[in-house]
Design a protein around this ligand. Structure first.
Ligand code: ADP
Ligand code: UDP
Length: 236
């Protein structure tokens, strides 16, 4: 499978067409951004780590019956995925208070919720990804009622699978962001990535942060945290 033209360059990945109209190649970069693109930097080795971790987790989810866009890992940084039309919603699941939730509601980080929460943001850079509820998404025609119900059910199921998986690695899955897409036949699959860029991971013993918050908050040890997650997942 060969890349043809570049279709898109995002903040963390590039997307290329292939000679198969139903497949694209994503290429993961070491570039890192935070706070709506205002903070920029590089996390050495991140592209390869996020590529391999995403693919590992997508395969795990497939085994548990979650349809995903994953097709084939090509090399360290590049993966063939099914081309989807992205549902323009960032779907965020939270198990423990952190980040914008803690800020918005004026609570400390680390409150363990009795039930996981779900929220949506409108994936729209110009509007700075505003928070929205399911009715707003429906009103704007971003997804149908059935699609939203399906996305919610899939997101909660993914949370149960990933929470249990990461706990075995002595990692608490605090929160994470998912994106879903529509295949040519209209069916919904999990797309984009699941990585230390898009999840909060805390060591279950020490609560040490093992994710992009080390970059966002200038905590140091950014590369080490990504490497440590790689070591826990792949034992290397
Ligand atoms: P951003 O657009 O937020 O800067 P990235 O740098 O990660 O994000 O760019 C990757 C882009 O590819 C995102 O817009 C994402 O929604 C999109 N994408 C992810 N998976 C697929 C897929 N299977 N088919 C088409 N587009 C995808
Ligand atoms: N997240 C993401 N992309 C975004 C916004 C959030 O991957 O554009 C992830 C983030 O890594 C965290 C979760 O979603 O795991 C919740 O993020 P939050 O709403 O707390 O926002 P942040 O603190 O990142 O601004």
């Amino acid at each position: 499978m060969e890349k043809t033209v570049q279709l898109y360059e995002g903040k963390a990945k590039k997307v290329y067409a292939t000679d198969d109209p139903e497949l694209v190649i994503v290429s993961y970069k070491d570039d890192a951004t935070a706070f709506d693109g205002t903070k920029r930097g590089t996390i050495l080795g991140k592209g390869a780590i996020n590529n391999r971790m995403t693919n590992y987790l997508m395969r795990l989810l497939e085994k548990h019956g979650i349809p995903t866009h994953f097709v084939e890992e090509l090399n360290d940084r590049e993966t063939v995925v099914k081309k989807v039309s992205i549902v323009p919603l960032e779907v965020i699941i939270r198990n423990i208070s952190a980040g914008s939730f803690a800020k918005r509601y004026g609570v400390e980080e680390g409150i363990v919720f009795a039930e996981p929460t779900i929220e949506f943001s409108y994936k729209n850079d110009e509007l700075h990804d505003p928070l929205m509820n399911a009715y707003h998404a429906l009103a704007l025609g971003l997804a149908t009622r059935e699609e939203i119900e399906q996305i919610k059910a899939m997101a909660f199921k993914i949370n149960e699978i990933l929470k249990e998986y990461f706990l075995q690695l002595n990692v608490k899955l605090v929160d994470f962001k998912l994106e879903f897409g529509r295949l040519a036949d209209g069916s919904i699959v999990l797309a984009d990535e699941i990585s230390p860029d898009t999840c909060r991971y805390w060591d279950a013993t020490t609560n040490e942060k093992l994710d992009k918050d080390r970059f966002r908050r200038d905590l140091g040890g950014v590369e080490d945290a990504y490497q440590e997650m790689m070591r826990r997942v792949f034992g290397e």
